[in-house]
Each structure stands twice: as C-alpha cells, then as structure tokens.
Design a protein around this ligand. Structure first.
Ligand SMILES: C[S@@+](CC[C@H](N)C(=O)[O-])C[C@H]1O[C@@H](n2cnc3c(N)ncnc32)[C@H](O)[C@@H]1O
Length: 359
C-alpha cells in the first residue's frame, strides 16, 4: 500500500516537474519572441535618417507632423513647469527638446531603444545655433524591459512618452515594466503625459473594413488571419499585433492598447487618470484658446490655405487614430522645484556620454 502511494507521489512529482519545465520553456520562448519584435521596432527607427528641412517640408504628411507637434506642445504647455525635471521615454531623435527649452525646464533625461535616434538626439542637443538652456542625459536601451532605477536617478516631475507606449503592449510583462518604471521615476504629484494609437478607433475601423486591412492615401493598418473574427476577448488583451504603415514615418509592428485595461493597470502603479482625449477632440478643445491658435499658426499645421496648403482630409483621418493621455502619480508633491532651480547648464555632449541602460 505504502509502496503504491510512494510511486503515485513520485509520478505526481515527475508530472509537476514536466509541467513547470514546459511553462518555463513557453515563458522563455515568449520573452525571446518579444525581444525579437522590440529589435525589429528599434531597427526600423534606427534606420530612419535625419531629414533636411526641404525633405521635411515635402513630406506627404507634413501637416500631420506639424499637428502632432502642436498637440505635444500644448500638452507640454499645460503640464510642464519652469524648473521641472523631465524624463522623455522613447525620446526618438529629440524632437521635443526645443519644446522643453521653451518650457524652461531644469533637467532632461531621454531614453530610446534605437541607437541611431539617440545619436541624432545628441546632435540636436549639441546644435550651437539653438543652444538649449538645460543639461541633458541620454540613454540607449529598452525601457519596457529593464528596471530604469538601475541606470537613472529618479525624482522626475514629468514623464513623457510620445507615440511609443503601445510598443510595450506586446506582453503583459513589458506593459507592467513600462508602468512600473514610469511610476518609480516620478515624484508624487508628478505627471505622466503621452500620445498613442486609439484602439477604440482602430477596432471600429477594422470591423467596418471588408477584410483585415484598412487605410487611406497616407496610412495602412493590417491585422493577421488570427484576428479574422475581429473579436478580442478579455483573456487576450495583450500582444494583439497589427502592422502600421504611415507614409514617411512608420512601417513596423504595433500592439493595441485597450484603454480601460491600461487605466486600471496604471492605477495599480499609483497612476490616476487625469485626461484621455482622441486627437480630434483634443484639437477641438484647445484650438479655441488664443495662445494655442497662435502656436498653430506659427507651426503651420493648417498651412496658409493657398493651393491646397493645409491638412488633407486623409491626414485628418490619420490624426483620428491617436489619443492623448495624462496620469498623475498619487501622493503629495514635495519641495521638488527648488532643487531644480540650482540647475546645471547646457554643455556639449560627446558620443561616449550616451549611456547604455543597465540590463
Ligand atoms: C514614433 S517614434 C516617437 C519618437 C518621439 N517620442 C517623438 O514624439 O518624436 C517612437 C519611438 O519609440 C522608440 N521605442 C520603441 N520601443 C522602445 C522601447 N522598448 N524602449 C525605448 N524606446 C522605444 C523608437 O525607437 C522610436 O524612437
């Protein structure tokens, strides 16, 4: 009897061991796969060279790019204050550096996975003609994979993630790591501001499409056969990949971010929702403000109206694919701004000043 029980226990142990090993293999395979995808995204952005002014102006989505810049400028104007210290996650080529200079910030840290983009951000920062008023640090690495506290000293008033948070939704682990990093880097009362695709709009358009793809003259979105039902049950709310192509800007895999899940996950990390608006609603809301109309004119997003020089209907439809979000880190703000008043000044950066994130 005892021998039989002992044998049963042994068999059970063996089965449990086999199940655990299988799970581990699946998890490892998942991690390898998501790293491969992150590299694909990094290679795409790294390969995009800096454009000359003429090239930029002749882009088929020039007005959409200017509208995006206007939206980011308005967000920065609303949530970034003099002397603030700012963490720019997925900062790209440093396209927001001048916006932060206008906001008179005290400290800037930019992180991006694409080495080529970080290099361009350094060149933009070093540009002597537009010397910026703050000290900057740049890091290269995957900010949805590693613990940022191992490389960067926290205590930021604002964390910004523009057009990039959706790259963390390939797995729940990456999405959680992203939010954990944001939360731990921010001071209590600090703001997390960003822009990303609006999955509501994307799913609506997918369902209205005949097949698994839709778009217009400036963008195309396509889903794989596995999404033929066009239904996304609750259990599979991460890793829903589609391919996004935006003329002269994006051509890589992206992942749907279901906002209610994003909001509740963020709440688990002490980040409370302040604002969520589709780009169309954000534009309608802020275009009534004289200061922002003026900025829109200066940036030229709406062109001068002559010879069709304005945002095209297709660009406006592409803008509808995005939303703006703002979260606030729970807790009472401390005496943080005074510290930043004793700020360091601009100083030329060298390639060796770009640090790698500690993995
Ligand atoms: C559309 S660009 C936006 C760049 C910049 N935030 C802006 O608004 O101009 C997306 C950026 O996200 C970066 N990115 C994507 N995945 C990332 C990751 N895991 N860690 C850090 N950066 C990432 C890309 O390299 C790229 O520079």
């Amino acid at each position: 009897m005892n021998a039989k029980r002992g044998k049963e226990r042994e068999d059970f142990g063996r089965i449990l061991f086999a199940v655990l090993i299988t799970c581990k293999i699946f998890l490892l395979a998942d991690a390898v796969e998501s790293r491969k995808k992150a590299k694909q995204v990094a290679d795409f952005y790294s390969g995009r060279s800096n454009q000359s002014r003429e090239e930029r102006e002749s882009s088929p989505i020039i007005h959409l790019k200017k509208l995006n810049n206007w939206i980011k400028s308005v967000l920065i104007h609303l949530y970034v204050h003099k002397g603030d210290s700012v963490l720019d996650l997925a900062c790209g080529k440093g396209g927001d550096l001048i916006k932060y200079d206008k906001a008179n910030i005290g400290r800037y840290v930019g992180v991006d996975i694409a080495a080529g983009s970080i290099d361009d951000a350094m060149k933009r920062y070093n540009n002597r003609r537009q010397r910026l008023s703050f000290a900057a640090e740049l890091f290269c690495g995957d900010c949805y994979e590693v613990d940022l506290e191992r490389s960067i000293q926290g205590g930021f008033d604002v964390c910004s993630c523009q057009f990039a948070l959706h790259y963390s939704w390939s797995t729940i682990e990456r999405a959680e790591r992203a939010l954990d990093n944001v939360s731990r880097m921010l001071n209590p009362g600090g703001f997390f501001i960003g822009t990303m695709p609006d999955s509501n709009v994307i799913v609506q358009k997918l369902r209205a499409a005949q097949d698994l793809e839709f778009g217009n003259s400036v963008y195309n979105i396509s889903f794989g056969e596995e999404h033929r039902t066009k239904r996304f049950p609750q259990a599979t709310r991460f890793g829903i990949q589609y391919h996004f192509k935006l003329e002269d800007a994006v051509d890589c895999p992206e992942w749907l971010v279901f906002f209610p899940y994003f909001q509740s996950l963020a709440a688990n990390y002490g980040l409370d929702l302040v604002l969520k608006l589709n780009f169309h609603d954000f534009v309608h809301k802020h275009i009534k403000d004289d200061h922002f109309i003026d900025l829109m004119r200066k940036l030229g997003a709406l062109g001068d109206g002559s010879n069709g020089d304005t945002l095209s209907p297709d660009e406006w439809e592409a803008a509808y694919l995005y939303l703006v979000f703002v979260f606030k880190k729970r807790g009472e703000p401390g005496p943080r701004r005074q510290q930043n008043d004793r700020r360091r000044q601009w100083s030329m950066m060298k390639a060796e000043d770009i640090k790698k994130l500690v993995t």
